[in-house]
Design a protein around this ligand. Structure first.
Ligand SMILES: Cc1cc2nc3c(=O)[nH]c(=O)nc-3n(C[C@H](O)[C@H](O)[C@H](O)COP(=O)(O)O)c2cc1C
Length: 198
């Protein structure tokens, strides 16, 4: 299934194509593609080039995958059983250079995941980020140091079929993708003042 953005202004085909499905094939993700995903993440911008992102990778059937799955909320467990690759994306909260708290660790991790997602789209893969996971449990299960914060869990794989999903999830998979109007987030002068660009 494809769910391209119904964009008003022209955008790059990869941005148009990316979406977050829940129906994944069991087909595993090739090692070279995983290498490219993390290479893409690696080249994201970050505050002071601190590169605070960290990823823990699990492959369906292995101990790491099982542990990540265990941290997911019930809703996310409902659709991730078939997912070949699960990640926990963490961020180092302390700047390597200054030794002080990195003010942009979450922002930087988000950029790395966005970059990884577009690379995935380019290679025919799909990425679905999940905030619905137990962070405290993740810290314990993966023995994270107190400088490392789990931020998001991520499912990666090839697209499956909407029919494989739990009936409650099928309408979500087929739902139209919606976005806010430009005037709600692009301003001039004061916050909230429409820019007049659109
Ligand atoms: C930080 C973050 C947390 C999310 N958490 C969940 C989640 O726990 N479960 C889920 O099914 N989708 C989750 N999503 C997916 C969003 O619902 C999805 O990205 C959004 O609806 C926009 O859809 P699109 O990615 O297809 O454009 C999350 C996305 C992000 C970026």
């Amino acid at each position: 299934m494809q769910k391209p953005a119904n964009n008003i202004y022209p955008i790059h085909p990869l941005i148009r194509k990316r979406w977050s499905p829940r129906a994944f094939l069991t087909k595993s993700v090739e090692k070279d593609k995983l290498q490219s995903l993390f290479e893409a993440a690696r080249w994201a911008a970050s505050g002071s080039n601190d590169q605070p992102w960290q990823f823990i990778v699990g492959f369906n059937g292995d101990e790491t995958w099982n542990r990540i799955f265990e941290t997911l909320v019930e809703f996310n467990q409902l659709w991730t059983k078939e997912v070949p690759v699960l990640l926990v994306a963490c961020a180092n909260t302390i700047s390597k250079k200054s030794g002080r708290k990195n003010p942009s660790y979450e922002y930087d991790l988000g950029q790395a995941v966005a970059t990884l997602s577009l690379q995935a789209t380019h290679m025919g893969l799909f990425v679905h980020q999940m905030g619905g996971f137990d962070k405290a449990k993740t810290v314990l299960l993966f023995e994270l140091p107190n400088t490392s914060k789990p931020i998001v869990a991520i499912a990666i794989g090839y697209y499956g079929d909407v029919g494989q999903l739990h009936p409650n999830l099928q309408p979500l998979e087929e739902a139209r993708r919606v976005r806010n109007d430009f005037d709600t987030f692009v301003f001039v002068k004061n916050h909230g003042n429409p820019s007049g660009l659109f």
